[in-house]
Design a protein. Structure first.
Length: 391
């Protein structure tokens, strides 16, 4: 058995990176991998571990990034406070882990997010190979600022290999300081079995659009409302836009006010932990992120047979063949989005055909075992288990 300490972090919600973590945890034992998971909050991952008999440590630690304010003085104060807090919690978490886990038995440390430094710290302290999973674009998605000085160089010096979830992610990080030769692209796999697929497509009447994800400006819910307002009112009144995800109350209030002022019908449905059951009730799946590293929800839309309408940003252009298995719109052009929506509304048969093609593409290209095996193979490559056995 390869012993892997998996630093998952996360907020405890069923969002992209934590879904990927659970998918890797699920097949570990049968593939000769024994995991010890580390999470920052109780939630979906810790509950998953409890159900499946996987060792799990819950210990608070936080990200080494922050939203930079414009005021220089406020910037200095905020950065100092956040950096000290992140350093303190990370060092404390490292001590808790060392007291709980026999680090001499760990073969590989796997960090699930680029924003967590805990795995890098443990790796160098105990001389254990470290694989760092890069699941975000360098800066363009959440537009956050690093807390550590020369943080990317620090990451490069505290990891043996990096996993990028798309070629877009690999290219961005490679051009910003990570050693390109140590970056391997492993596109996310998706467990498609819980996803109910569309059986019938509405030929006319209401067009139901869905956007899944944390409610925040980086995901672009406010932009979607603004763009949808450009659609002629005689069509717009027959379109319903639903948001699934949670977020700050102030942002939700903004979305409601914006929609009311724009004549856009929206529904804020909150967080949902059984997305696979509801996708097929919609026609169009939306992605308007500033820069999606992979787009797990995009693949889920596709697997359910929805026609995906996505911004031409991030890895969306890798996942979607425009006009074939989805439709791309210009992120910077509200009129282009509106034009695509009008076309979909008036051409339901073509929209349905794109959704069907998307379903087949997802089934063929994003099978979960493919991702699992590539990651497990990487564990074996970096592990020094044979050296340990010889000693």
């Amino acid at each position: 058995m390869i012993e892997v300490l998996y630093i998952i972090g996360g907020e405890g919600k069923r969002y992209g990176s934590e879904i990927i973590a659970m998918d890797l945890l699920a097949a570990g034992k049968e593939n000769g991998i024994r995991y010890t998971a580390v999470v920052a909050n109780r939630g979906v991952v810790s509950e998953f571990c409890e159900r499946n008999g996987i060792a799990c440590i819950v210990v608070p630690f936080t990200f080494f990034v922050y939203k930079e304010p414009g005021n220089p003085l406020l910037k200095f104060v905020k950065k100092t406070i956040w950096k000290n807090r992140a350093e303190f919690l990370t060092k404390r978490a490292a001590k808790v882990i060392a007291r709980t886990v026999d680090m001499k038995k760990i073969d590989v440390i796997h960090t699930n997010l680029s924003r967590d430094m805990l795995g890098g710290l443990l790796s160098r302290k105990y001389d254990i190979p470290h694989i760092w999973h890069i699941q975000e674009l360098f800066r363009s998605h959440y537009q956050l600022t690093f807390l550590k000085k020369d943080q990317v160089r620090w990451m490069d010096e505290h990891a043996d290999r990096f996993i990028a979830i798309s070629d877009t992610v690999a290219k961005e990080w490679g051009s910003n300081g990570l050693t390109p030769e140590r970056i391997t692209t492993v596109m996310n796999g998706v467990d498609l079995s819980p996803i109910r697929t569309k059986e019938t497509y509405t030929e006319d009447g209401e067009l139901k659009m869905l956007m899944i994800g944390h409610l925040c400006p980086a995901k672009g819910q406010d932009q979607i409302i603004r763009k949808l307002a450009q659609v002629p009112s005689e069509i717009r009144e027959h379109i319903t836009l639903s948001f699934i995800g949670d977020g700050e109350e102030s942002y939700q209030k903004l979305l409601k006010e914006q929609a009311e002022a724009s004549g856009v019908k929206i529904r804020l449905l909150g967080y949902c932990d059984h997305i696979g059951d509801v996708l097929a009730d919609y026609d169009i799946g939306l992605n308007c992120s500033r820069g999606e590293g992979f787009g797990l929800t995009t693949v889920e839309y596709m697997a359910a047979g929805l026609c995906v309408l996505a911004a031409d940003t991030g890895a969306n252009t890798e996942l979607i063949r425009d006009g074939e298995n989805g439709v791309l719109f210009s992120y910077a052009d509200d009129a282009d989005f509106a034009k695509q929506v009008v076309f979909m509304y008036n051409n339901r048969e073509k929209t349905a055909a794109i959704g069907e093609a998307a379903k087949q593409y997802a089934l063929q290209n994003f099978a979960l075992p493919n991702m699992q095996q590539k990651v497990y193979t990487l564990y074996r490559k970096v592990s020094r288990r044979e050296e340990k056995q010889e000693k």
